[in-house]
Design a binder for this molecule. Structure first.
Ligand SMILES: [Fe+2]
Length: 100
């Protein structure tokens, strides 16, 4: 398993060599899927330490013949959820749909 370093990662934080960082998952006929991962951490947004992205997982959901949906999955009870600029642009209903 190879670790993939994001091309825009300019952090000097240590890299977890056991973390794959992405996967392709096929859903069942009902559209359900599962995956197991680690809890992501917050990270500085646009290299500003005071501006943290809340923990989230990027997702691209697609089906042959349809435009893919690119979104992010958030976690409840994260302190940074209240200040994350991208999450706060969403309506409360959208935030609820995007939170696991
Ligand atoms: Fe991200």
């Amino acid at each position: 398993m190879a670790s993939i370093i994001h091309p825009h990662d300019n952090s000097d934080a240590p890299v977890d060599e056991h973390f794959q960082s992405w996967a392709i998952i096929q859903s069942g006929k009902a559209g359900k899927f599962r995956f197991k991962t680690i809890m992501p951490g917050a990270y500085p947004y646009q290299a500003k330490l005071e501006d943290q992205r809340t923990p989230h997982i990027h997702m691209k959901i697609g089906k042959h013949g349809y435009e893919p949906v690119i979104t992010q999955m958030y976690f409840p009870d994260q302190a940074q959820n209240k200040t994350d600029g991208l999450l706060q642009r969403k309506t409360k209903e959208q935030q609820a749909m995007m939170t696991a």
